[in-house]
Design a protein around this ligand. Structure first.
Ligand code: HEM
Length: 491
C-alpha cells in the first residue's frame, strides 16, 4: 500500500511481508534480533525496511550500507530516536541518546576532547597498574572473574572521570557500575529491544504507567540518579575547596573559570556520568567475552602465550611498548570485538530528512539500525564468521587479511568516542592475563570437564551469561613479577 502511494518515489527498501493494518508488528523479534535481521538480509538484501503502526525502521546489515549512510551522509543520519524507558530510568543528560543539535555538540566535544588517542596516553600507567592488580587477583580468585573485570573497568573510568581511587570489592563505585550493568542488560524492561524503541508498538507503549517496563524504571531510577549525583557533588565540593585531584570533571570545571551556570553544571554532571556509564559496561563485557573465547580455544591461547613469551622472555611482564611486536595478540583483541559485538545492534540512529539510497526511498524520521551482529557475520567479508579466529586479520599467506571490525564502535558522528581508551584497556588486560595465567575448562566434583556453550544476555548491551572456568598461574616466577610490579607502583 505504502509503495503505491507515491508514484514518483522510488520504492521502499525490501523486507519481510507485512500485515496490511499493523505492518511488521508481529514479525519484529524481541529476542536475538541481530540474528533474525541478519537472516532476513539473506533473503531481502543488506538494506531492510520494516514498519510497525506507521513507524519506519531501516536495518543496515552490511558495513558498506552503514558507511554510505551513517558516515558519508552523517549530517542527515546522526540523530537518535527517543528511548522512553531509559529516560524514565533517569539517565539524563545523556550524550549516547541525545538528539542531534547544539547540546549534543557541546557534550560530544567534552567527551571527545578528553578521550582522543593522545588524551588517553597519560592514562596508560593507570591502565597497566590496574591490569596487573586484576591479573594477580584472578590467580588467587579466578571464580570471581566477573566482579574483578567490573572492578578493573570501573577503577579506570572512575579515576579518569572523577579522580577517585576505587578499591577492590564492595566499593560504592563498583556497586554503581554493577547496578548500571544490570539495568542495561535487562531485555524487555530497560528499553533494550527495538520494539521498545517504537513507543506505539505492542498493545501498550512500554513506558505506559503500570507496565512492566515502567515499574522496572521506577524501581531502579534511584540507582541511576545516585550514579549521576554522588560523584559529581563530591568532586564539586572538593573543587570549591580547592582540593580536587586531576580528573575529566575537574579539568572541565576549570575551563568554566568560575562563570558556570546551572545548565553548565548539569551538562558536566551528565558528561562525566556518561563516560562512567558507557566506559565501564562495554569494556567489562568485552573482557568476559575474551575469557569465554580462551576457555573454548586453548590452541589460540597457547599461540598468543608463545608470542608473548618470545618477546618478553621469562623475566619481565609485557607492557604497552611491546604492542607493535605482538601482532597475534593484537588480532586476538580485535577478534573479541568481532566475534560477539557487545552492543549487537549498535545504538540506533534516526534520519532527519527523507533520503534516497540505491534507488530506495528512506522516509524522514526512520529509525536506522546498524546490525553490528549481522555485519560481523557477513560471509563476503569474514570467512567462517562464527568461528573465533584471530589469524583472519593477519596478512596472507599466514592469515586471510580480512579487515578489522571497526564497526564494533559504530559509525559517523555518533561513533564511539571512547574507543582509544577501550582498545588500550582491553589490550593491556588481555596481554597481562595471557602472560601470567592459563585459562581452561573447570571440572565438576567428579573430575569431569564442564563444557561451556556461549549463551548471551539480550539487552541493549549483550554479554555471556555466567560460565565456569579455571584460571591458574602459569608459573611462580610470573606471579612474583606481578606482585613486585604492583609493590613498585604503589610506592
Ligand atoms: C569495548 C568497548 C566499547 C565498545 C564496543 C563501544 C561501542 C560503542 C558503540 C557501538 C556506540 C554507538 C555508535 C553509533 O551510534 O554509531 C558507542 C557510543 C558511545 N560510546 Fe562506546 N564503546 C566502548 C567503550 C566506550 C568507552 C570506554 C567509553 C568512555 C568514554 C565510551 C563512550 C561512548 C559514548 C559517550 C557513546 C555515545 C556517542 C554519541 O552518541 O555521540 N564507549 N560505543
Amino acid at each position: 500500500k505504502l509503495r503505491s502511494r507515491h508514484r514518483h518515489q522510488p520504492p521502499l527498501p525490501p523486507g519481510p511481508p507485512a500485515d496490511p493494518l499493523i505492518g511488521h508488528l508481529r514479525v519484529i523479534p524481541t529476542k536475538d534480533q541481530g540474528s533474525v535481521f541478519h537472516k532476513w538480509a539473506q533473503t531481502y538484501g543488506d538494506v531492510l525496511y520494516v514498519n510497525a503502526l506507521g513507524r519506519s525502521m531501516v536495518i543496515l546489515d552490511s558495513i558498506t550500507a552503514a558507511t554510505d549512510l551513517l558516515e558519508k551522509r552523517s549530517s542527515n543520519y546522526s540523530d537518535r530516536p527517543r528511548f522512553p524507558v531509559i529516560e524514565l530510568l533517569g539517565y539524563d543528560p545523556n550524550l549516547v541518546l541525545m538528539p542531534y543539535g547544539d547540546r549534543f555538540r557541546k557534550h560530544r566535544k567534552i567527551i571527545h576532547s578528553n578521550f582522543t588517542k593522545r588524551a588517553c596516553l597519560p592514562w596508560r600507567d593507570l591502565q597497566k597498574d590496574s591490569a596487573y592488580n586484576l591479573a594477580l587477583s584472578l590467580l588467587d580468585n579466578g571464580e570471581n572473574y566477573d566482579r574483578l573485570f567490573s572492578w578493573f573497568t570501573t577503577a579506570v573510568i572512575t579515576k579518569i572521570a572523577y579522580g577517585f581511587d576505587v578499591k577492590f570489592e564492595d566499593d560504592e563505585y563498583v556497586q554503581m557500575a554493577e547496578h548500571n550493568g544490570f539495568v542495561l542488560n535487562e531485555p524487555e524492561t530497560a528499553g533494550g529491544t527495538v520494539v521498545d524503541l517504537l513507543p506505539f508498538l505492542r498493545h501498550f507503549p512500554s513506558w505506559f504507567p503500570g507496565t512492566q517496563a515502567a515499574s522496572f524504571a521506577r524501581e531502579w531510577r534511584w540507582a541511576i540518579r545516585r550514579l549521576y549525583d554522588l560523584p559529581f557533588e563530591k568532586v564539586k565540593r572538593e573543587w570549591d575547596r580547592g582540593t580536587a585531584g586531576p580528573s575529566l570533571l575537574a579539568a572541565e570545571l576549570a575551563k568554566l573559570d568560575g562563570k558556570e551556570n546551572d545548565e553548565d553544571l548539569e551538562d558536566l554532571k551528565g558528561a562525566s556520568a556518561m563516560a562512567f556509564i558507557a566506559g565501564a559496561e562495554t569494556t567489562w563485557s568485552a573482557l568476559v567475552i575474551f575469557l569465554l573465547a580462551m576457555v573454548r580455544h586453548p590452541d589460540i591461547q597457547r599461540r598468543a602465550q608463545e608470542e608473548i613469551d618470545r618477546v618478553t622472555g621469562p623475566d619481565r611482564l609485557p607492557d604497552f611498548s611491546d604492542q607493535n611486536s605482538l601482532p597475534f595478540v593484537e588480532c586476538l583483541v580485535q577478534e573479541v570485538l568481532r566475534w560477539h559485538p557487545v552492543v549487537p545492534l549498535g545504538i540506533p540512529h534516526r534520519c532527519m530528512e527523507e533520503d534516497i539510497y540505491r534507488n530506495m526511498f528512506i522516509p524522514k524520521g526512520s529509525i536506522v539500525i546498524a546490525n553490528l551482529h549481522g555485519m560481523a557475520l557477513d560471509e563476503s567479508v569474514y570467512s567462517d564468521p562464527t568461528s573465533f579466529n584471530p589469524s583472519r586479520f593477519l596478512p596472507k599467506p599466514i592469515g586471510n587479511e580480512e579487515p578489522l571490525f571497526q564497526a564494533a564502535f559504530g559509525f559517523g558522528r555518533r561513533a564511539c568516542p571512547g574507543m582509544h581508551l577501550a582498545l588500550a584497556g582491553l589490550w593491556i588486560v588481555m596481554v597481562t592475563i595471557l602472560a601470567t595465567a592459563d585459562i581452561s575448562k573447570a571440572t565438576d566434583k567428579d573430575g569431569n570437564t564442564i563444557e561451556v556453550e556461549p549463551d548471551y544476555t539480550n539487552g541493549l548491551a549483550s554479554r555471556p551469561k555466567p560460565f565456569p572456568c579455571r584460571i591458574q598461574s602459569r608459573s611462580e616466577q610470573r606471579r612474583d613479577l606481578l606482585a613486585k610490579a604492583i609493590a613498585a607502583s604503589s610506592k
